[in-house]
Design a protein around this ligand. Structure first.
Ligand code: PMP
Length: 444
C-alpha cells in the first residue's frame, strides 16, 4: 500500500488532525493549536458545537439525502426563508450549492441566462477586480485576479475584464477620495472599451479575503460601482463566500456600505465547516425572468440536500442565540486594536486592515517605502510556520506581483472572547519576533 496517496499532501511533516473543540484543534501527537483563522475562514461558530451536531444527527435519523427534482425538504425551505430575512435587501430567492466556487459559477450562469431571457444575449462579459479570488472552477477562475492561479489556465478560461481593486494602503493619489475617483474612472473606461452593452455584471468582494488580505473599499466606491451598473445596464454580483454570514460584524459585508447586490454568493460560514453548503441569492424579478424563459439550466447533485440545510439552519440558530454577529463586531474591534499595537512594535507590519473578525496583516521589508519582502524569502510561509510552531494557525497568502507584500489573515471563530484574543495576540507577537529575527539573519 502506498504511504502517501493523497494528491494534495505537500509536506511530509503535516500533522494529522485528531479532534477539535471551540477555538482549539489538536493533532494526533496531542499538540494543541488555536484556530486563529477558522481553517480557511470557515468554522465561524467554532468546532464541535453540540447544537449543530445534534441537529445533524437528528436529520441523519430522518433522511440525509433526497434529490431536489423529486422532493423539496422543510429544512431547505426554512433555511432559504431565514436567509432572505437576514439579507434585508432585494434578494428573495436562494439557490443552494455545495461550495463557494459553485455559488460563483451559479451567479455567472444566472446573470447570463437572465440577459438571454431579456433579449440581450450580447451581454456575456464580466468585470472583476485585480487582485481578487472567486474560486477554482473555470468560470470562477476566469473572474479571479491572481496570476499564480490564473496563468496556467488562461487558454481555457474566459477571462473577465480586470479593473484595479481600490488599495487604501498604497494608493498614489493625494487622498482616499481621489484614489476612489481614479479607480472608478478606470473601471468606467474599461467598461466602455469592452463595450458597455456586452457587460453582464460587475463582480466584487465587498471586503477582500484570501486575495487581498482583508482589503476594504469605501461607501463612495460601492455607490460608484452600483451607479456604473445602473448606468450601463449590468448587474452587480457580490462574492461574500468568505466575508458573509457574520464574519465582519454584520450578517453581510455589503451592509457596512449600504449598497446591496443583485446577486450574492455565500459559502464558508453558512455551514461553518460542519457540512459543505453554499448559496446564491438573487432578486425575485431576476429569477422570475429566468423562470419564464424555461428555468435556470444549472444544478448540482448535492444542492440543498436535507443534511446540508439542517446544518445551515442549526449554524444560523447558534449565530443568533449566541449573538455571534455582534460578538464579531466587538471582539473584531479589540483584535484590531491589538494588531495595531503590534504594528507599532514590529517593522515588518506595513498595514493592518479589515473589519470585524476578518483582519489582515500585510508584511513589508521596509515600513516607510512599503517595499515588500523579496518573493524568494517566502515571508507568508515563514510567518505562518513560525506561528504554527507556537501553536497558532493563521491564513497566509503570497503576493507575487511584486507590488504588494505577502499577508496573513487573523480570522478566529466568531465565538472568541477577549481573553482568547489575548492568547492569539501573545502567540502572534512571539511569532513576529521570531520572524524579524530570521529576516535580520537573512539580511546580514
Ligand atoms: N470566493 C471567495 C471570496 C473565496 O474566498 C473562496 C474560497 N476561499 C471562493 C470563492 C471559493 O470557495 P470554495 O473554496 O468553497 O470553492
Amino acid at each position: 500500500m502506498p504511504n502517501n496517496a493523497l494528491f494534495y499532501l505537500t509536506s511530509n511533516d503535516m500533522p494529522l488532525v485528531s479532534h477539535a473543540d471551540g477555538i482549539y484543534i489538536w493533532d494526533t501527537t496531542g499538540r494543541r493549536y488555536i484556530d486563529g483563522c477558522s481553517g480557511a475562514i470557515t468554522c465561524n461558530i467554532g468546532h464541535n458545537h453540540p447544537t449543530v451536531k445534534r441537529a445533524m444527527v437528528e436529520q441523519l435519523d430522518k433522511v440525509a439525502f433526497s434529490y431536489r427534482t423529486q422532493f423539496e425538504s422543510q429544512v431547505a425551505l426554512d433555511l432559504a426563508n431565514k436567509m432572505v430575512d437576514l439579507t434585508d435587501a432585494d434578494l428573495q430567492k436562494v439557490f443552494f450549492v455545495g461550495s463557494g466556487s459553485e455559488a460563483v459559477e451559479s451567479a455567472i450562469k444566472l446573470a447570463i441566462q437572465y440577459f438571454v431571457a431579456e433579449g440581450q444575449p450580447e451581454r456575456s462579459k464580466f468585470v472583476s477586480l485585480r487582485p481578487s479570488y472567486h474560486g477554482s472552477t473555470m468560470g470562477a477562475l476566469g473572474l479571479t485576479g491572481y496570476e499564480p492561479l490564473e496563468a496556467p489556465y488562461r487558454s481555457i478560461t474566459i477571462g473577465s475584464v480586470k479593473v484595479p481593486s481600490p488599495d487604501l494602503y498604497r494608493y498614489r493619489e493625494a487622498s482616499v477620495e481621489e484614489h476612489i475617483a481614479a479607480v472608478l474612472r478606470q473601471t468606467e473606461i474599461a467598461i466602455l472599451a469592452a463595450g458597455a452593452e456586452t457587460i453582464a455584471a460587475i463582480v466584487l468582494e465587498p471586503v477582500g479575503g484570501a486575495s487581498t488580505g482583508g482589503r476594504m473599499v469605501t461607501r463612495t466606491y460601492m455607490e460608484g460601482m452600483r451607479a456604473l451598473c445602473d448606468r450601463y445596464g449590468c448587474l452587480l454580483i457580490m462574492d461574500e463566500v468568505l466575508s458573509g454570514m457574520g464574519r465582519t460584524g454584520a450578517w453581510f459585508a455589503y451592509q457596512h456600505y449600504g449598497v446591496a447586490p443583485d446577486i450574492l454568493a455565500l459559502a464558508k460560514g453558512l455551514g461553518s465547516g460542519y457540512y459543505p453548503i453554499a448559496a446564491m441569492m438573487a432578486g425575485k424579478e431576476l429569477v422570475d425572468a429566468v423562470g419564464r424563459s424555461g428555468g435556470f439550466m444549472h444544478g448540482h447533485t448535492y444542492a440543498g440536500n436535507p443534511l446540508a440545510c439542517a446544518t445551515g439552519l442549526a449554524v444560523i440558530d447558534v449565530m443568533s442565540s449566541e449573538k455571534l454577529v455582534s460578538n464579531a463586531a466587538e471582539q473584531g474591534a479589540y483584535l484590531r486594536r491589538q494588531l495595531e499595537q503590534l504594528a507599532e512594535k514590529y517593522d515588518c507590519i506595513g498595514n493592518v486592515r479589515g473589519i470585524g473578525l476578518l483582519q489582515g496583516v500585510e508584511l513589508v521589508q521596509d515600513k516607510v517605502s512599503k517595499q515588500p519582502f523579496p518573493a524568494a524569502f517566502n515571508a507568508f510561509d515563514r510567518l505562518t510556520a513560525l506561528a504554527k510552531g507556537r501553536g497558532l494557525l493563521i491564513y497566509p497568502r503570497r503576493c507575487l506581483n511584486g507590488l504588494e507584500g505577502d499577508h496573513v489573515l487573523i480570522t478566529p471563530p466568531l465565538t472568541v472572547t477577549a481573553s482568547d484574543i489575548d492568547d492569539i495576540i501573545a502567540l502572534f507577537d512571539g511569532s513576529l519576533a521570531d520572524f524579524e529575527q530570521v529576516a535580520r539573519e537573512q539580511a546580514a
